[in-house]
Design a protein around this ligand. Structure first.
Ligand SMILES: NC(=O)c1ccc[n+]([C@@H]2O[C@H](COP(=O)([O-])OP(=O)(O)OC[C@H]3O[C@@H](n4cnc5c(N)ncnc54)[C@H](O)[C@@H]3O)[C@@H](O)[C@H]2O)c1
Length: 434
């Protein structure tokens, strides 16, 4: 039942701190939750739990700039659900980050962690800053102050951040050091995605892209799509996009188009993902890569391909471009790249959408391995890690595929069914405190 003074939208109670006109990805997530409700049986009585985050922290992050001025940035950490274990999810540095976006990203982490059955709840964090405008020293100060501010609610058994858009191993090292300084002991397990020399795990940097390739291969087999020679278009060529491209190319696919924030490339004969990654490392963008044609940004959606991999930001595939997509399969490397109405269009057009909540779960799976290795102070070989990753992802995908076939629902709804059952079963067993 709605509380007095609560805004409602489409039957959802909305918290007063969100603007119903600007729900962004949180609105997409609420629609996705609606679609799973009919399949939850008696556990459905707990579904309201999933429609609001357990805890949202907004912090001011003031830093001294190199020129002596003080700048303030908005920071967030949201713990969506912790019924199954501590919060887990990345930290994003981006000028457009909002609370509603971080809430959605945290909620998708709850679903993803339950879908692959790692013992975590879902969380996410972010700072509303364009890191490209900061010097390295300023970036370090922003990271350290943010970590101190959210230090109240993170910790190895409370909530464990990791890299996301515009954050990497170096940022994780500063976060680990700051948290450790504040508590007076080295706590490697407070973040994952750390450098190997600081308790990081072999295979973590590549894990999300590796997962995209593993799940993509599984899905391709099921629809009779041969990876050898398959044409792939990727949006986003950062950590997730570049590794996905490299591994799909190793499996025989041809990378025909790549788009990032700086440019859009096309090459029918196939781009070399390793050379392109070197170009991006040197130049900051795919723009200007020799041997490829440059397309207008919007032209990316018309590229004739077999597999489309969105690996950048949310809400890229919308009702405005979903009818133009020519792929047989979309593998979501990014979180939330497809809006619910675009999902329906793709579904009606017979294009298989392999949803983020399973397709990019490789990263958190190896983050889980990293956290276990940190607790036991015993480190595994890269082969062991990659084998365990493949085993977990293939098992999870198989269960999701069966669920989708049984209920005749999309892979997204099937993943939500598997995950929400696990989360709400845990909620049910724990009972409501007090
Ligand atoms: N890093 C991980 O382990 C991980 C795990 C799961 C999901 N993800 C998701 O994958 C996506 C990418 O994350 P990442 O870690 O690769 O980030 P990243 O910062 O390494 O790369 C982001 C990429 O997106 C591109 N991009 C940004 N704005 C764009 C725009 N407007 N149009 C086209 N391209 C644009 C950037 O140029 C860059 O190539 C995000 O949605 C993230 O949440 C990341």
């Amino acid at each position: 039942m709605n509380q007095p003074n609560t805004t409602t939208l489409g039957g959802h109670a909305l918290p007063s701190y969100l603007d119903p006109a600007h729900l962004g990805p949180w609105g997409d997530y609420l629609q996705q939750i609606d679609r799973v409700a009919p399949y939850l049986g008696s556990l459905g009585r707990w579904i309201e739990t999933l429609k609001r985050p357990k805890r949202s922290l907004i912090v001011d992050v003031p830093i001294r700039l190199d020129d002596g001025r003080v700048a303030h940035f908005e920071g967030y950490r949201v713990q969506h659900n912790t019924s199954r274990g501590p919060g887990k999810g990345g930290v994003r540095f981006h000028q457009d980050v909002t609370l509603a976006e971080v809430m959605a990203l945290a909620a998708w982490m709850s679903i993803k962690n339950a879908a692959v059955n790692v013992p975590y709840g879902g969380a996410k964090g972010g700072i509303r800053v364009d890191p490209r405008t900061l010097s390295l020293a300023e970036l370090e100060r922003v990271t350290r102050r943010y970590t101190s501010e959210i230090g109240l609610i993170i910790g190895p058994s409370k909530d464990i951040p990791a890299p996301d858009v515009n954050t990497n191993e170096r940022v994780m090292a500063w976060m680990m050091d700051t948290y450790s300084m504040n508590i007076g002991e080295t706590a490697t397990g407070v973040v994952t995605g750390k450098p190997i020399d600081l308790g990081g795990s072999l295979g973590r940097r590549e894990a999300t892209g590796r997962g995209v390739a593993i799940i993509g291969t599984e899905a391709a087999q099921r629809i009779g799509l041969e990876l050898q020679g398959a044409r792939v278009a990727l949006q986003g060529f950062g950590n997730v996009g570049s590794v996905s491209a490299k591994l799909l190319a190793q499996a025989g696919a041809r990378i025909v188009a790549v788009q990032d924030h700086g440019g859009t490339l096309y090459c029918g004969g196939g781009l070399d993902p390793v050379a392109l990654a070197q170009h991006v490392a040197a130049q900051g963008s795919v723009a200007g890569f020799a041997g490829a044609e440059t397309l207008a940004p919007d032209g990316f959606w018309d590229v004739d391909c077999d597999i489309l991999v969105p690996a950048a930001l949310e809400r890229q595939i919308t009702a405005a471009n979903a009818h133009r997509i020519r792929a047989r399969m979309v593998i979501e490397g990014a979180n939330g790249p497809t809006t619910p109405d675009a999902d329906d269009i793709l579904n009606e057009r017979g294009i298989l959408v392999v949803p983020d909540v399973i397709a990019n779960a490789g990263g958190v799976t190896v983050s889980y391995f990293e956290w276990v290795q940190d607790f036991s102070s015993f480190f595994w070989s890269e082969d062991e890690i990659n084998q365990r990753l493949a085993q977990i992802l293939r098992g999870a995908f198989d269960a999701i595929w069966k669920e989708a076939s049984e209920h005749r629902v999309s892979l997204r709804t099937a993943t939500f069914i598997v995950a929400c059952r696990r989360i709400l079963q845990a909620r049910d067993l724990r009972g409501l405190y007090p």
